[in-house]
Design a protein. Sequence first.
Length: 234
Amino acid sequence: MKKVKTLGLLFLFLCVIFNSKAQELIPDRTIHPQNVGLYTGGHASTNGLGVNVGYVVNKRFTFRTGFETMKLNSNFDFDENDISYNADLHYKTGGIFLLADYFYTSRLYLTLGGLVNSFKPNMEGYAISDLEYGDIVIPAEEVGTFNFGAESGLKYSPYAGAGIRHFIGKKEKLVYSFELGMYYMGAPKLKIETTGLLLPTSDPAHGQAEYLENQFDAYKIYPVLKFNLAFKIF
């Protein structure tokens, strides 16, 4: 819990620095009536690529919704306790979000909202070398397989952030923004499945899943860095 509070305070400090520097570098302007309207576009963030729709209500408020997704796959070998394993990592994150932006200047804003979370990484693998114990040799297929899965502790994750928005073009129908924020994910939930000699790892009686959940308990915050580009529809 102490680590979460520290990360939260660090985030607030970064937001203050981010916005104060932005105020120095970016001159303020008055939002024009032509900027009010519905926008759609795409974005890239540390939580994935996605599309979004936003409505500029007035000079103070904008509402946004959309979805984002990211899937990464990797195959690798590793050694553990003198046994070699082959593993496949499937990293999946993203979700559907709803945000409300408050502009305390025409370009700088604070945003609050939430995400229907689809954070669900998974790693599966199997032994590729025999286990040798003195004169005893246990074949790799008897060592077993493993499957480790994780998901967000919260299905609906609250979000807070700060950003810069700028309209461009002669008619200012194009808009881009940079945003720094964080999702509160809750403590990750882990699921472990194993076979063979690895079977005790997934046995609830041994408490391995609970032990790992306690180790990951501090990782409740998912940092977000986002770039958005949108075009006015009407």
